[in-house]
Design a protein around this ligand. Sequence first.
Ligand code: GLN
Length: 253
Amino acid sequence: MAPTASAVIVALKRRVEGRVAPRRAMSIRIGLAMLQGARHEHAQAIVGAAEELGVDAEIKVLRTSGDLDGGIDALILPGGESTTMRIASRHQGLLESLYEWMNDDPQRPVLGTCAGAILMCSPPSGPPLLDAEINRNAWGRQAKSFQAPVAVFLDVEVVPPAVITSVSTDNAHHPLVVSSDGLGDGETFPGVFIRAPRFSSIGTEATVVAEFEGEVVGILQGGRLALTFHPELTSDRRFHRWIISQAAIRAAG
Ligand code: GLN
């Protein structure tokens, strides 16, 4: 039977605490789609989450379809502008290859955030990767972007205090100044919603894993996790620990 995420995390933590020597051979390769948008923040979050877990995680930046050749254990589809992403990737065939990779096995771990969630729910062609429908920009324009506590129902440990300490403002897509006021009490997740989409329907195949004021803002189906907010813009790396541990479970066989 496959180990649970908690069991893997406990095992990984033991290694951090020095009780068991790290198995350097178990390096996890996380593919990061460099389509457009919040990519570097995801890379930082992966590095931080891997440190928290005591895991060797290598970030494989994916710019062209050929970049998938060496293989990856998990994939991150960042937020940004889904239309720009579709256009930007057209000549390099990256998006098509990513869809192929995801369609090969629905258990492959994928984290799609915001525009990444849109790409999973509404592929330009072929069947949706998730049993859900999503509406772009459904909270309104940029001025309607907001931050708010999100309830999370996912098998991943909370490492308190889950306080936002840093947010990149070097990108025009991330103008919010995030403070920790009222957020990150260790139970809820500090959700940053930027021109976010909204799920308009959730099918029976998908499991709800995140809610904001009773509205679904995160779903899981097989290994695919789609969030309408930006977890990479906070220092709570719960979702990045989740994807690393999912990849570790699969790599451990
Ligand atoms: N509004 C964007 C889109 O429709 C998504 C915004 C985001 O990823 N922050 O693609």
